[in-house]
Design a protein around this ligand. Structure first.
Ligand code: GLU
Length: 438
C-alpha cells in the first residue's frame, strides 16, 4: 500500500511550490489507491505559528487536496504535528544510542556518527545519484536545549508513518544521503524518493514567496481563480500529462499521473498560462455554477443582488469577456444599479452628434409600446425606431448600449435590455437623456 505525505514547515501561507509538491503526492496516492498524509513539520517553535499551518490547511482544502491522515483527519500514526511528537523522537534517539551511533558533546548537543560510506539515492526523477563518503563533521541531531533538528525528525517520522514514497522539492536532494544514512542506522528501509524540479520565474530566477503568483491565498483564491483550473495548471509544472488536450479534470489526471514522466529539468512558472486555464474552466461552468463562484466577488464590491435568476443570466452573458472571477463585477455592475457611471468616452460619443438625443427618444417611445419584453421584441422595437428615423438598427445599438450600461463594451444590447427589464430600460434611457441635456 502506497503511503505518501506532504510535510510542510509552516512559516507562512501555502505557496505554489508547496502546493505542487502536495499535489504530486496526492496524485500518486489517489492513482495507487494509497494513503495521503499531511504532517506539519513545526519543530521551529518561533517561526511555526498556528496561523501559518492554518493557512496551509486552507490552501490545500481550496485546491481539493484532501488527506487521509493528519490534522482534523486523525489516523494511526499521529500526532501529525511534529511539535507533539517529542516522546517518539526521544525513543528513537535511544535506539541510536544503543547502536552506538551517537555521542554527546560538551555543550550538550547530540551528534550522529555518519557511516562515511558511499550512498546512492535511487531517485524516481533524477535517477541514481551517488554521494561519495562524506567529509562533513558528524551531524547534530539534538540541540543542547533538547530540540531535534529537521533531518532527524523527518526520517523518524517517515519510518513511524511508514512512508513508501517521498515526492519533494529538488532542493532536498543534496541532503538525502544524510536521511538514508539515518534510515540505515535505524535498520529501516528508506522510502523511494522522487525529487521534483524547482519552479522558476519567467526570467529564470528561482521562484520565492515574494514573487507574483506565488501565494495560493493571495494570488489565486482572492483573485478569482477556480480551484480546478489552478489544480490543472500546477500539474503542468514539471509534468506533461500524456493526453490529446491540456484541459484535464482531476478524474482524468489521476490515472495519467506517472512519476517516471516527471521532468528532471526545472519548471517555468507562467501566470498567463494559469489564467488561460482559468478562462477555459470559467467558460465550461453552468450558469448557476458560474454565478455561485462570481457572487462573492460581486457582493464584495457592494452590489446587492435581488433577482438571482437575472443576475445568473447577467453573469453568464459576460463569461467570454473574462478570465478571472474578480474581473466580472466591472462587466456586470450596471445590472445591479441604475446610478452606474458613464465612461468618459461614452459620454463624449453620445454628445458628439445632436441627433443621438432624438434617436434615444425614439427607441424609448418604441419600447414603451411593447406588450411583451423578450430579446426578440426588444430587437423589433429597435428596428422600428430605426426605420422611423431612417437609420440602420446598427446605428442605434451603440447608443443604447451606452445608455443602458454607461459602457462601450459588453454583452448584446438586447440581452442587457431584456435582463434589466422594461421599466428599468426606460428609466435608464431617461437618465441618459437628462445627462445629455445637462
Ligand atoms: N518540511 C520540509 C519542507 O518543507 C519537508 C521536506 C520533505 O518533504 O521531506 O521542505
Amino acid at each position: 500500500m502506497t503511503r505518501v505525505r506532504f510535510a510542510p514547515s509552516p512559516t507562512g501561507d501555502l505557496h505554489v511550490g508547496g502546493a505542487r509538491t502536495a499535489l504530486f503526492n496526492w496524485l500518486y496516492a489517489r492513482k495507487t489507491s494509497g494513503t495521503f498524509i499531511l504532517r506539519v513539520e513545526d519543530t521551529d517553535g518561533a517561526r511555526n505559528t498556528a496561523q501559518a499551518s492554518e493557512g496551509i490547511v486552507k490552501g490545500l482544502r481550496w485546491l481539493g487536496l484532501d488527506w487521509d491522515e493528519g490534522p482534523d483527519a486523525g489516523g494511526d500514526c499521529g500526532p501529525y504535528y511534529q511539535s507533539q511528537r517529542k516522546d517518539i523522537y526521544d525513543a528513537y534517539l535511544a535506539k541510536l544510542e544503543a547502536a552506538g551511533r551517537v555521542y554527546t558533546e560538551e555543550g550538550g548537543a547530540v551528534r550522529f556518527k555518519f557511516s562515511r560510506t558511499a550512498i546512492t539515492v535511487h531517485d524516481l526523477v533524477c535517477g541514481d545519484v551517488t554521494f561519495a563518503p562524506t567529509e562533513e563533521p558528524d551531524m547534530t541531531i539534538r540541540r543542547p536545549d533538547g530540540s531535534y533538528i529537521f533531518h532527524f525528525v523527518n526520517v523518524v517520522d517517515d519510518i513511524e508513518m511508514k512512508m513508501t514514497h517521498v515526492f519533494r522539492g529538488e532542493d532536498h536532494l543534496s541532503n538525502t544521503w544524510k536521511h538514508i544514512d539515518l534510515f540505515h542506522a535505524f535498520g529501516a528501509t528508506a522510502p523511494l524518493y522522487a525529487h521534483i524540479p524547482l519552479i522558476l520565474n519567467p526570467d529564470g530566477s528561482k521562484m520565492s514567496k515574494r514573487d507574483a503568483g506565488s501565494a495560493i491565498e493571495h494570488s489565486y483564491m482572492n483573485e478569482g481563480f477556480l480551484p480546478d483550473a489552478v489544480f490543472n495548471y500546477l500539474c503542468t509544472l514539471g509534468w506533461t500529462p500524456r493526453a490529446e488536450k491540456e484541459v484535464l479534470s482531476r478524474d482524468e489526471l489521476v490515472p495519467l499521473f506517472d512519476p517516471a514522466e516527471i521532468h528532471s529539468g526545472n519548471a517555468k512558472f507562467d501566470l498567463h498560462k494559469c489564467q488561460w486555464f482559468n478562462a477555459q474552466y470559467l467558460r465550461a461552468l453552468s450558469p448557476e455554477a458560474l454565478f455561485a463562484a462570481a457572487r462573492p466577488f460581486i457582493e464584495a464590491k457592494g452590489y446587492t443582488i435581488t433577482d438571482e435568476a437575472a443576475a445568473t443570466a447577467a453573469v453568464f452573458s459576460v463569461k467570454e469577456k473574462v478570465s478571472l472571477l474578480n474581473e466580472i463585477p466591472a462587466w456586470v455592475h450596471y445590472f445591479f444599479r441604475e446610478d452606474y457611471p458613464f465612461e468618459a468616452d461614452v459620454t463624449e460619443k453620445l454628445k458628439s452628434k445632436p441627433e443621438n438625443t432624438a434617436l434615444l427618444r425614439a427607441a424609448a417611445a418604441s419600447f414603451a409600446t411593447l406588450s411583451e419584453w423578450t430579446e426578440a421584441s426588444v430587437q423589433s422595437g429597435v428596428d422600428e425606431a430605426a426605420k422611423a428615423n431612417s437609420v440602420k438598427p446598427g446605428a442605434l445599438m451603440p447608443l443604447l448600449r451606452a445608455a443602458l450600461s454607461g459602457q462601450s463594451r459588453g454583452p448584446g444590447v438586447t440581452t442587457i435590455a431584456h435582463l434589466v427589464g422594461k421599466d428599468s430600460t426606460l428609466r435608464r434611457i431617461e437618465r441618459t437623456l437628462s445627462e445629455l441635456s445637462a
